[in-house]
Design a protein around this ligand. Sequence first.
Ligand SMILES: [Zn+2]
Length: 81
Amino acid sequence: MREQPHAITLTPLKEHGEQCGQLLWVGYHTHRTVTKLDGLWKLTIVVRRCVQLECPRYHVAYRPEEEGRWALPHGKFGRGG
Ligand SMILES: [Zn+2]
């Protein structure tokens, strides 16, 4: 079962800053590859930023909320109690 990697783009649902309500700009994209049961997924992660100088969250990166679901603990073993 050799398949092409799946590709998905994750975009922050938030388009406006929490503090100032201004439109957030796309700052940059980052990429990562996640292996899931159904194969390899190539993620493009859109990171937005506030460009209002006066904003308390100026230049704070907003990453896609969804990203958390993709951040699988990789080779990490829980330490029980
Ligand atoms: Zn802002």
